[in-house]
Design a protein around this ligand. Structure first.
Ligand code: MG
Length: 277
């Protein structure tokens, strides 16, 4: 009996030993001073004595300008209409600055003319709100990056990708709505192949110091058919096919539309821009 009891006690002690949680390795203490805590945001203009009347927190200046959202051709009344279907007067060839050679269609659109090269605005822009409508051809040709590839370049450098991605996978940072080779879109929001898409782009240009160093990155927000696909995305430099993004200093630049050179047959219509400064 004693032996059985003794054996039981031994077993219980052994089991307890097995269940003991292993000692945690001592963590290296991080000095609190070494972690930079974000500065708390305060609003001096909203401090002091608490207002007691509604008019104490109401102001009347500055007065925002009035903009008719349905101005000429449906563009806001203060927008620069870059293409309304009647001509290509705002555009030149990116190859030699001669007249843009893309095909002007009777339905108020224009189509990339294969191997005619990119076209770009005559006017240079910095920060903008840009509206572009585009359509990939209903008749499908090619795969991956070779299916209706075009693009909208901001300041002649930073590409928002245009591509027929419907049932056509490719690398995500090169798919439709990507900041090419940098930022994948938050969603795929394409219209069915052969139907019109809208891009509404809010772009803030980068800033450079006198020595040519970049002191503020460009940012871009893109709504694709009304769906947010780029949310104030930082543009880390140019968007080349091969190589890292580059950050040569620059000022205002043209808006450019891409001829990818493989018979993309992408069409554009109703392009307008509002300058933001
Ligand atoms: Mg492209």
């Amino acid at each position: 009996m004693i032996n059985k009891t003794f054996t039981g006690i031994l077993l219980a002690v052994a089991l307890m030993a097995c269940n003991t949680t292993p000692k945690e390795e001592p963590q290296e203490e991080v000095a609190k001073d070494s972690i930079a805590s974000p500065e708390v945001i305060t609003y001096p203009e909203y401090s002091g004595k608490e207002p007691t009347k509604p008019e104490e927190t109401e102001f009347y200046k500055p007065v925002p300008p009035t903009v008719d959202p349905n101005g000429k051709n449906g563009a806001p009344s203060d927008a620069i209409v870059l293409f309304d279907g009647s001509n290509l007067d705002h555009w030149i060839s990116s190859i030699d600055s001669t007249e843009a050679q893309w095909t002007l269609n009777k339905d108020g659109s224009m189509t990339v003319k294969n191997k005619a090269g990119d076209i770009q605005t005559k006017q240079n822009f910095g920060s903008v709100q840009l509206h572009v409508e585009w359509k990939s051809p209903a008749e499908i040709q090619g795969e991956g990056q070779s299916r209706a590839n075009s693009g909208v370049f901001l300041q002649n450098r930073y590409e928002v990708q245009v591509l027929d991605n419907n049932d056509n996978d490719t690398y995500t940072n090169g798919q439709v709505g990507s900041i090419y080779k940098q930022g994948a879109p938050l969603a795929k929001a394409s219209a069915p192949t052969g139907e019109w898409n809208t891009y509404d782009i809010i772009y803030h240009a980068p800033e450079f110091n006198d020595e040519g160093g970049k002191i503020k990155s460009a940012t871009v927000t893109v709504l694709h058919n009304g769906v947010l696909i780029q949310d104030h995305t930082e543009i880390k430099g140019t968007t080349p096919y091969i190589g890292w993004p580059k950050n040569e200093p620059h000022g205002k630049g043209p808006i450019k539309l891409q001829d990818h050179g493989d018979n993309s047959r992408v069409s554009y219509r109703n392009i307008w821009v509002r300058e933001l400064e």
